[in-house]
Design a protein around this ligand. Structure first.
Ligand code: KMH
Ligand code: ZN
Length: 271
């Protein structure tokens, strides 16, 4: 079994200070939180950014500023979002890929997202995938429904992407696949050999799915993008607290934590 790659998703596009007053919003706050997550064992930061009003933005300039602040302080893999928020245009969402982050997300299908629609038509997915290839960015395939695995594999068949791919199973979004262990097993069994996978459980699914993934040989994502609670009714103090907990549990399970450089090897990123 590979070492466990922990991804921290400290901001997201949807969470607000009403949900958790400790949500980082400015480039400096996000960078400082990313560094604390890395210190607790996160190898990857799944990065969203916010504008001066705290609203989700895909501004290249804000991403650049935040990425520079993170890189100045630690050696962590930065994975920029191309999902942005459900209301954003494709062009807006794609902007941070031009900054050549080591990784970026690629959602390979359209899904209901709460009361919104997270729109990812097939031609748009192919355009995003080609941009990632052009800028040397490793995609993380974001899977909200099982058909999205097949859509990603269709891009391999067309010669746009290459195996092995790395997947993130986002489970428990209202409108997407439910956060139940039986669905996780089905998703994992639907992957071709050699692919790697992470699970991002939403809300109360976060911890149980992370523990199951750690025991199964998968990887895990935690953070305020997916869940702002430490336990039922108790808000987390920080993203780093959520990272620290899953690192501790993994240790108890006998699954060592991957450093960023070890994660780069596991994911086939250029060192
Ligand atoms: N905010 C969601 C609509 C990603 O980062 O690629 C999309 C999302 C996925 O967060
Ligand atoms: Zn995201």
């Amino acid at each position: 079994m590979d070492k466990l790659i922990i991804t921290a998703a400290p901001v997201g596009a949807e969470a607000s200070r009403q949900d958790n007053p400790n949500l980082p919003l400015t480039p400096r706050e996000i960078a400082e939180e990313a560094v604390r997550c890395a210190e607790k064992g996160a190898a990857i930061i799944h990065l969203h950014v916010r504008d001066a009003e705290g609203k989700a933005t895909q501004s290249k300039a804000v991403f650049q500023e935040t990425m520079q602040l993170i890189r100045k302080q630690c050696n962590v893999i930065i994975q920029t979002s191309t999902g942005g928020a459900a209301w954003m245009s494709a062009a807006e969402r794609l902007q941070p890929v031009e900054l050549r982050p080591e990784m970026a997300t690629l959602t390979t299908g359209t899904v209901n997202f709460g009361d919104e629609i997270f729109s990812n038509p097939l031609p748009m997915i192919a355009e995003f995938a080609k941009a990632m290839v052009k800028y040397g960015v490793k995609p993380e395939i974001e899977v909200f429904e099982v058909g999205m695995i097949h859509n990603a594999l269709a891009l391999v068949k067309k010669g746009i992407l290459q195996l092995p791919l790395h997947f993130d199973f986002v489970m428990g979004v209202p409108g997407g696949i439910a956060g139940e262990p039986k669905h996780l097993i089905h998703l994992v069994e639907s992957l071709p050999p050699g692919c790697t996978w992470t699970v991002a459980g939403i809300g109360r699914c976060e911890l149980p799915l992370a523990v199951i993934a750690a025991a199964m040989g998968g990887h895990v994502r935690v953070g305020f993008e997916d869940n702002v609670y430490y336990t039922k009714g108790v808000l987390a103090d920080s993203n780093a607290q959520l990272v620290e907990r899953i690192a501790r549990i993994a240790h108890e399970l006998g699954r060592p934590i991957a450093t960023p450089d070890e994660a780069r090897k596991i994911l086939g990123l250029g060192l």
